[in-house]
Design a binder for this molecule. Structure first.
Ligand SMILES: Cc1cc2nc3c(=O)[nH]c(=O)nc-3n(C[C@H](O)[C@H](O)[C@H](O)COP(=O)(O)OP(=O)(O)OC[C@H]3O[C@@H](n4cnc5c(N)ncnc54)[C@H](O)[C@@H]3O)c2cc1C
Length: 393
């Protein structure tokens, strides 16, 4: 008999959908309950990197080829200063050969669309989770409209401000931690490769400002402008708009950047405050656990939040389908995932903190440090962290 016959998943993001897909492939009845009512609301968002580990994890559920085909393969990751000086350049293809999976950039909506299609009838929209009760025989999830569902296991895949996490009230834990910066995310239509070549992920570092960009396909480029709080505080977006504030902030940056910002429609720019949770808090209790950002939210600096959500979902799906009891499977899952995700959270936080200083001296020293280490030591360390997934592919 499998560890669980019926699994309730809260949240139809990348983590929840992948968990349900993994479980259903193992023959477990998994259902996803999502607060949003319109499928189109789930198919939004900017651009996105999926590193090799995420593609390898998706292979476990047979989705690696489809997801990779929806995106653009990345061959180089280039770090530059805000004057355009190259600090380091990573060659990605040899690593892709070595581990057997590419790194790709794609639209978040394309990834969500593939997962939604695969999860199919398992997804119930317009179901806002509010609370749960559990006893020796199972767990009951309650929804805002007064309905309830009963299952063997409840998985909170409901993101950074998880209500499932909140319903395990006895943790009394601190709220998510603000990283001290904002990501302004957008996709713009910019055909032709003159300004932005295909296959390179650009990562520029300035004084309290960063700018990431990458071609998504022959027509579109995605970008994230990352502004530390003290820079952002000077923006008057109410009077002049987001595009104007960012155009001013990046006015003197290398060639493509002012053009990329200027080409973007005002309503395509989405400011996102960046948060994580310091590792160490518990994820589960009895028949309840968490996956993805609900469990291990991290800053965007390693481009690994979704990758880790996918890895956690695959691990959890496999264990739940085979363990002798649901509770044993959940504790085993939490144990297996704790250290790896903690390393990701900490490393990502540390990288993000290097982007916050505004002083010329501090930024000059940081750039010198990046020039000295990012092409060699940091490259090796990043890859060893990324590919040390803890499971066989
Ligand atoms: C600017 C930015 C850039 C990023 N770039 C990358 C990148 O390049 N690569 C990468 O791997 N990661 C990246 N990430 C991280 C990635 O976006 C997240 O880690 C990932 O989306 C988490 O997925 P999730 O399913 O855990 O949570 P979410 O995507 O937050 O999904 C949670 C779902 O739960 C639903 N929900 C919430 N509450 C309830 C409720 N009470 N009842 C029912 N449903 C509920 C929500 O509506 C939502 O659909 C980035 C993040 C940011 C902010």
């Amino acid at each position: 008999m499998p560890g669980a016959d019926r699994v309730i998943v809260i949240g139809a993001g990348i983590g929840g959908l992948t968990t349900a897909i993994a479980l259903r492939r193992e023959g477990v009845k998994a259902e996803v309950f999502e607060r949003r009512e319109e499928p189109s609301r789930l198919l939004t968002g900017g651009g996105f990197m999926l590193w090799h580990n995420a593609i390898l994890a998706l292979r476990r559920v047979g989705l690696d080829t489809r997801v990779a085909a929806a995106g653009e393969r990345i061959s180089f990751h280039e770090f530059r200063s805000s004057s355009g000086r190259r600090l380091a350049r990573w060659r990605i293809d040899p690593k892709a050969e070595e581990c057997g999976a590419p790194a790709i950039a794609l639209r978040r909506s394309d990834l969500n669309g593939i997962l939604m299609q695969e999860a199919g009838e398992a997804v119930h929209l317009g179901a806002r989770f509010t609370s749960f009760d559990q006893d020796a025989d199972g767990v009951t999830a309650h929804f805002e409209d007064g309905s309830s569902v009963r299952g063997d296991v409840l998985i909170g895949a409901d993101g950074l401000r998880s209500s499932v996490r909140g319903a395990m009230r006895r943790w009394h834990e601190a709220p998510p931690r603000h990283a001290g910066y904002t990501a302004w995310q957008a996709i713009t239509r910019l055909p032709g490769e003159d300004l932005v070549p295909t296959g390179t992920f650009f990562n520029l570092w300035g004084r309290g400002l960063r700018f990431l960009y990458c071609r998504l396909n022959e027509h579109e480029v995605y970008w994230d402008a990352i502004t530390s709080d003290r820079v952002r505080d000077r923006f008057d977006t109410i009077r002049y708009g987001k595009g104007h504030a960012l155009t001013e902030a990046y006015r003197d940056w290398p060639g493509p950047i002012p053009r990329i910002v200027a080409s973007t429609a005002e309503d395509a720019i989405l400011p996102i405050e960046i948060f994580d949770r310091p590792p160490g808090e518990r994820w589960g209790d009895g028949r309840v656990t968490l996956v993805g950002d609900a469990a291990h939210p991290m800053t965007l600096n390693l481009s690994q939040g979704a990758g880790q959500a996918i890895e956690s979902a695959i691990t959890l799906g496999g264990l739940l389908a085979s363990a002798p009891s649901p509770q044993a499977a959940l504790r085993d899952y939490e144990e297996r995932r704790r250290d790896r995700t903690a390393d990701m959270v900490d490393t990502s936080w540390w990288i993000g903190s290097m982007g916050r200083p505004r002083g010329a001296l501090a930024c000059g020293l940081r750039n010198a440090f990046m020039r000295a280490t990012f092409g060699t030591f940091a490259y090796r360390q990043s890859y060893s962290l990324m590919l040390d997934t803890g499971f066989e592919f």
